[in-house]
Structures are given as C-alpha cells and as structure tokens.
Design a protein. Structure first.
Length: 83
C-alpha cells in the first residue's frame, strides 16, 4: 500500500497517481477491504530495493485511524521477538 514513486522508479504503486485515483483503483480498494472476514492487513514500506522515501498509499488515510494498528518492523522489532 504505497503511492507510486515519484523518483521515476518502475515500482508499481496504488494508486498510480496519488492526486487523482481512478474509479477502478477506488473500487479495487473498497472491494479488498470489505471482503475480509476477520482482519485486513495493509502493508506499507518506506523503501524497497533501490526505491527510497516511498509514501504510504493515500487510501490508508481514508480509513478511520482508530481502526488501524501501526507496527514498525525493523531490527529492534526482531530483537524483541528473539528475547
């Protein structure tokens, strides 16, 4: 769930244009989150491969913040799991 990179990377994003999501992209997002039975996991990352400073998808901002659990997965996250 990242916006398409503005740095010219060929990585796909959702939506393709964060300022103008298409009706089809909106429909895909709504169908995706309404078909879940118990939990829906939306994953966003700030870097992937050679792409850095990626931003979360604007669709995530459409969700009520009280319904979102944010988990930062980094080296510290895995250190805590090992202990």
């Amino acid at each position: 769930m990242n916006n398409t990179c503005s740095n010219g990377s060929k990585l796909a994003g959702f939506p393709y244009d964060q300022n103008n999501p298409t009706d089809n992209e909106i429909c895909q997002f709504i169908v995706g989150i309404t078909r879940t039975r118990k939990k829906c996991y939306l994953i966003s990352n700030s870097s992937f491969g050679l792409a850095y400073n990626m931003q979360k998808s604007v669709f995530i901002d459409w969700i009520n913040p009280t319904k979102i659990d944010r988990i930062t997965v980094n080296a510290d996250f895995f250190q805590d799991k090992v202990k």
